[in-house]
Design a protein around this ligand. Sequence first.
Ligand code: HMG
Ligand code: NDP
Length: 407
Amino acid sequence: MTEPTPASLADRVRDGDVRFHELEEHVDADTAAAARRLLVAESADGDVDALGEYAFDAADAHGSNIENMIGAVQVPMGVAGPVSIDGGALSGDRYLPMATTEGALVASINRGCSVVNDAGGATARVTKTGMTRAPVFRVGDVAEAEALVAWVRDNEATLREVAESTTSHGELLDVTPYVVGNNVFLRFRYDTKDAMGMNMVTIATREACDAIEDETDASLVALSGNLCSDKKPAAVNAVEGRGRSVAADVEVPREIVEERLHTTPESIAEINTRKNLVGSAKAGALGFNAHVANAVAAMFLATGQDEAQVVEGANAITTAETTPEGDLYVSVSLASLEVGTVGGGTGLPTQAAGLDVLGVRGGGDPAGSNGDALAEAIAVGALAGELSLLAALGSRHLSSAHADLGR
Ligand SMILES: CC(C)(COP(=O)([O-])OP(=O)([O-])OC[C@H]1O[C@@H](n2cnc3c(N)ncnc32)[C@H](O)[C@@H]1OP(=O)([O-])[O-])[C@@H](O)C(=O)NCCC(=O)NCCSC(=O)C[C@@](C)(O)CC(=O)[O-]
Ligand SMILES: NC(=O)C1=CN([C@@H]2O[C@H](COP(=O)(O)OP(=O)(O)OC[C@H]3O[C@@H](n4cnc5c(N)ncnc54)[C@H](OP(=O)(O)O)[C@@H]3O)[C@@H](O)[C@H]2O)C=CC1
């Protein structure tokens, strides 16, 4: 029997003989993707051959990272740095890998890194850890809601044992109840070590929900009740944290601000107050920063993170003030940075290479230390970006920078 070709497979899909999403059951994943490109091209404006130019085995992505694969999008990757980091888990000089199509972004963060180095390096620490899943239960009335809350408080050890039976790495840290009439939300929080952890905590919480339904009158309505809160802007993450809460700061001597950033500590502090604090408050923003999303998104893409979680990653506050000596203190605090160095997209070859640039690929020793190190590196990238953009606004260079580099 002759080997199926992309064209013959496409014919079989058109004839209704094979389903579009089941091609991998008949042929290898690369040929399946090629067949789908032929079919997609029929309704596209021109061929889509460029999507077939990728440098990994489609079988590595099919089944765990993508369905209906037709190829890959390539995003240019650059580096900022090396930047000197004094972290709880990551110490030394590191290049920061960044995948983006926004011209001037890497240049800006690179400038921030170079200023951070001139100032003696940045400090970074993870201050809280915990990935959450919050199922919603239906109960009869508020009296039953209170009874469920009491049961959960009395049986946290049982819930821990049941939940942790599904994972050899995850640890249930606590369960926080929230009552809204006859709805009870239980926010389960786990230490997921080096995994971002959403699959891990979803599977573990499902087991715990079964135990709750067995032992109480509550009915599970949805395993995710949106108080988690995953991939949506939400104050609960800003206040309580989610994934990793991580902060970074630097003190930059006045002469470096003036020589390297063409502005003054006072100007940067005033812009931060009027723009990042007052402007964000007036806008009703959750993030009180200039462009933390830029560093988070670029480093998420470069290292195989779940890009939808940039929503929470950008939940950050930037502070800037002049010190009594007249120098500049700048900090960023990211409340809910959801990152992992194992699982998800981190195993794909180019993303794994991105983690290698930082030296944080795979499981850490001790477990969780690579995840912490990645979080600290992203926080320092965000710090460098804030410093550079605030300075560009102070020296009125934002539009000229983007006219020169970004178009
Ligand atoms: C563009 C610069 C850096 C020029 O800044 P400059 O000070 O005029 O440049 P320079 O030629 O003197 O170089 C200073 C340093 O910048 C770096 N640098 C300089 N050029 C490059 C380059 N081509 N590639 C890599 N690195 C570069 C490099 O570190 C260099 O040091 P050196 O290594 O030479 O000692 C500056 O004007 C700047 O940072 N502007 C701000 C741009 C920015 O931050 N854009 C962010 C995206 S804006 C956005 O997305 C969100 C927004 C703005 O809408 C959010 C909001 O509302 O605020
Ligand atoms: N299910 C959902 O609702 C959602 C899923 N996602 C997706 O979930 C994926 C990420 O989930 P995640 O659970 O992180 O990844 P995986 O589902 O890929 O699981 C990672 C597993 O790696 C194992 N592991 C090995 N070494 C370590 C280590 N050092 N630290 C921690 N775990 C280790 C753990 O196994 P063990 O548990 O056996 O110890 C862990 O469960 C992404 O693809 C993301 O897009 C995103 C949002 C929601």
